[in-house]
Design a binder for this molecule. Structure first.
Ligand SMILES: NC(=O)c1ccc[n+]([C@@H]2O[C@H](COP(=O)([O-])OP(=O)(O)OC[C@H]3O[C@@H](n4cnc5c(N)ncnc54)[C@H](OP(=O)(O)O)[C@@H]3O)[C@@H](O)[C@H]2O)c1
Length: 267
């Protein structure tokens, strides 16, 4: 499988380049960054601190996508439209890891998925997606009487709260209970002088140091507590998940898929 990495000079792009170089079944076919970047025309292996790959960093989407079987995109929402248009033009499968997309951009992904196969995942970590599935099962079998609280911790630079992954966990639990998360989520108890309502899902966020990402889900009845916990210690987990998605996607029919499809939860 030949992989083009979009955003190859960023934190995630570098992790994906390393994952591809270390893999058995994948090889790099292209590497894209922004116009004017200091690393243009440099071997992307040098950028990632690994061996030379023979693939030079470019800002030309046509060059980056040439010969690719699958594109892995970890850029920024502002770059998403042109990247998506190029994948459609060259009919290349796409793993979209870039987060923070607008509603309109999600609609564009769905529209493009009529022409090319796409995997979109807010969190590409295999462990997080298995934790989400476990949370869904716990919600199903424990029932809505169990109080549910989601606690997440991230590094001091993270600006949004709660994390997209905490929301993913909450959505899975709410959906299993036949509820809309926005109707039962509680994000702030400080301004609320009231006891807990039945069926609420509470969220708490910690921002400290260099924590890569921790998520816990607590289900409590009057007499029992069930806890699920996931901890990412390195961002390579997201790159490994993206690569797994890419190899699952290669040769698939057109359509919009998610990590649950990649991991076989929907079969
Ligand atoms: N789905 C997941 O599991 C997951 C996990 C972690 C992060 N993310 C998301 O992945 C994205 C990237 O995260 P990051 O931490 O790697 O950010 P980052 O370090 O800022 O990397 C973004 C990269 O994209 C490049 N870029 C920006 N605009 C571009 C354009 N128009 N064309 C080509 N390249 C462009 C940037 O170039 P410069 O080097 O010039 O800035 C940079 O190399 C974010 O949306 C983040 O939220 C997703």
């Amino acid at each position: 499988m030949r992989v083009a990495v979009l955003g190859c000079t960023g934190r995630m792009g570098i992790a994906v380049v390393k994952a591809v170089v270390d893999s058995r079944g994948a090889e790099l076919s292209g590497a894209l960054t922004q116009p004017g970047h200091a690393m243009l025309s440099v071997d992307v292996g040098v950028v990632a601190g690994v061996a030379n790959t023979g693939i030079l960093v470019t800002s030309d989407l046509g060059v980056a996508l040439d010969g690719a079987d699958v594109v892995i995109d970890f850029t920024l929402p502002a770059a998403m439209q042109s990247n998506l248009a190029a994948c459609r033009k060259y009919k290349v499968a796409l793993v979209m890891g870039t987060t923070g997309l607008s509603e309109g951009q999600h609609a564009m992904l769905a529209e493009a998925a009529a022409e090319i196969p796409i995997v979109y995942g807010r969190n590409m970590s295999v462990g997080v997606n298995v934790t989400t599935e476990l949370a869904r099962l716990a919600a199903r079998y424990l029932g809505a009487d169990w109080d549910t609280e989601i606690v997440e911790a991230h590094h001091r630079h993270k600006v949004d709260a709660p994390s997209g992954t905490a929301l993913q966990l909450g959505e899975a639990i709410a959906k299993e209970r036949g509820a809309d998360l926005s109707a039962i989520a509680v994000y702030d108890r400080a301004n609320k002088s009231a006891a807990r309502n039945r069926g609420e899902i509470g969220f708490s966020s910690i921002r400290a140091g260099s924590i890569v990402g921790e998520h816990g889900v607590l289900f409590a009845s009057d007499t029992e507590i069930v806890e699920l916990r996931h901890q990412a210690t390195d961002r390579s987990v997201f790159a490994q998940g993206a690569l797994r998605a890419a190899s699952w996607l290669e040769g698939r029919p057109v359509g919009l898929y998610g990590m649950p499809d990649v991991l076989g939860f929907n079969t």
